[in-house]
Design a binder for this molecule. Sequence first.
Ligand code: A3P
Length: 320
Amino acid sequence: RYLQEDNLSEECKKLLPILPKEKGWIGSYIYNYQGCWIPPRLLQGMIACQQRFQAEDSDIILVTTPKSGTTWLKSLLFALIYRVKHPIFEPNHPLLVKSPHVLVPFLEHTLYVDGQVPDFSTFTSPRLFATHVPFASLPKSVLDSKTKLVYLCRNPKDTFISMWHFANNLRLHHKDTSSIHEMFDLFCEGLSIYGPFWNHVLDYWKQSIENPNKVFFLMYEEIKEKPKIQLKRLAEFLKIPFSIEEENCGVVDEILRVCSFENLRSLEVNTNGKLSTGEGNKAFFRRGEIGDWRNYFTTEMNYKLNHIIEEKFQGSGLKF
Ligand code: A3P
């Protein structure tokens, strides 16, 4: 659905022919808008969001590169932020019955994808949203308000492998194939959804250094390695730190358990449920590990990506 070029707004239809265009991973085209490669429907959603989204000071927006663990951080943030309204020990906690993608909707993928005016009346404050939009393309009101941004990225090698699997899943419906090598070359050239990957990461990384009260920068690997420490840091950044009582009662551990890969993946909603776009929720839970790229990369691929990582991130202070 995200890839369809029909039923676009007049504005988007007029824009597409003048944008740089390349073949995407799954048979459709991606367009370069404001320096970022994006399929047409998401472009429509991004523009509508830029024009219409009115951020509130208390809003929290999760920004991620695709396949960096968005589903995981959506669930952690939801559990963390709404822990008074929805205590994590509740047997009917929303995360046990709804997909994290339903509980924390994407701005451009979901709320604004058809250029619609979303109904925010059901949202409780603080509102929690997600987006993959690069820093330069965020709606102005997000930057002008005190809205907080939580950014998540992941080692580019694992991100690529996760994307490749995800694209293969989508492609089943397209009956089209392209090899891991073709996709890898595109990724290296920056041609991936919301790519170039490095620009996305570096822009938010710089913002997190210049404006640490506004942008909190996280890596998938850091959460995997020290989940408790990272969740507590996140709570402090959002100014909702865990109390001693909460810690003693095991709230932090229980949030991590509920949001763990094993638990979320085994839930009925995430096994057999589907999003309104038709994607099966289970596509968002594959292996959930660090280093799966080793099972797929050739020596040449590793060499090539290492070289790009070195070139793009040198001097930034970021290590992958
Ligand atoms: P893999 O394909 O490497 O398994 P996104 O949510 O941004 O689409 O990212 C999906 C990736 O996050 C997938 O990686 C998926 O398995 C992993 N993932 C999903 N839920 C997770 C969780 N609770 N803990 C750790 N990883 C998780």
